[in-house]
Design a protein around this ligand. Structure first.
Ligand SMILES: [Fe+2]
Ligand SMILES: [Fe+2]
Length: 244
């Protein structure tokens, strides 16, 4: 397996690895700055591939922060491998993420971020947003880079296959197709529609991102606010009704 590296916003590098067994991309995002930040570690079994890609951008032993949305192996499976090679590296997480998972799982104590807290890593300012159950997981959170207006949006806007790194065309239509297709497949019900889903998406839209850094599929450059509001409408239509 090999990763493709693309700069999708100033000093934000998308590291994309297509996994043929899953038929989807697993994308990490490295922000190159005084305190380098990696969004998602990728699978433990893909660590050497991801490390090689990171090494094409920075010295991987200098990694400082490891962020991810929720506790799943594609998000943080290689966390301890990264903590092992980068002595200053530390995982970031929500209070729930630390209390329920990371305090036990991580080989080094994590740093807990409060909802809305801003982490300055040099030129880039990352705002942490606690987003329980969006896209899924009690511990879920997302990061918004205020410097480039990039939302690191994890599994939101999921698209299967091995599409282009960055698109300016209709990402919401592609995401809808994937959600509709997923409803009848073996991986259905990945995203719960809760009393907080719509308000969480509206809060993300209000950030007015210009880049959406998607974990599976193409990233998007354009009107992120509209894309998120459209996604909120689609999720309400497709997921909010009980199937009895
Ligand atoms: Fe996930
Ligand atoms: Fe994911």
């Amino acid at each position: 397996m090999q990763s493709n590296v693309t700069e999708i916003a100033s000093d934000i590098y998308r590291i994309s690895t297509f996994h043929p067994d899953y038929g989807i991309q697993f994308n990490q995002f490295l922000i190159k700055d005084a305190q380098p930040f990696l969004m998602h570690t990728g699978f433990k079994k893909m660590f050497s591939t991801t490390r090689e890609a990171v090494a094409s951008i920075i010295d991987p032993t200098k990694l400082r922060w490891i962020g991810f949305s929720h506790f799943e192996p594609d998000e943080c499976g290689a966390l301890n491998e990264w903590l092992g090679i980068a002595p200053q590296a530390q995982a970031l997480g929500s209070f729930v993420g630390a209390m329920v998972m990371l305090n036990d799982f991580a080989d080094r104590a994590p740093r807990v971020l409060k909802d809305g807290e801003v982490l300055s890593i040099g030129q880039h300012r990352l705002r942490f947003l606690s987003t329980p159950q969006v896209p899924h997981g009690w511990d879920a959170g997302l990061y918004f880079d205020e410097t480039t207006r990039t939302l690191l949006c994890s599994d939101l806007f999921f698209q299967p296959g091995d599409p282009e790194p960055l698109t300016e065309s209709d990402i919401t239509g592609r995401a809808k197709e994937a959600i509709v297709g997923g409803l009848t497949g073996p991986m259905a019900k990945d995203m719960p529609y809760t009393p907080y889903t719509d308000s969480t998406l509206r809060r993300l839209a209000a950030l007015a991102p210009t880049t959406l850094a998607t974990m599976h599929g193409s990233s998007f450059h354009g009107d992120g606010q509209k894309a998120i509001l459209d996604l909120a409408t689609i999720l309400k239509e497709l997921l909010s009704k009980s199937d009895g």
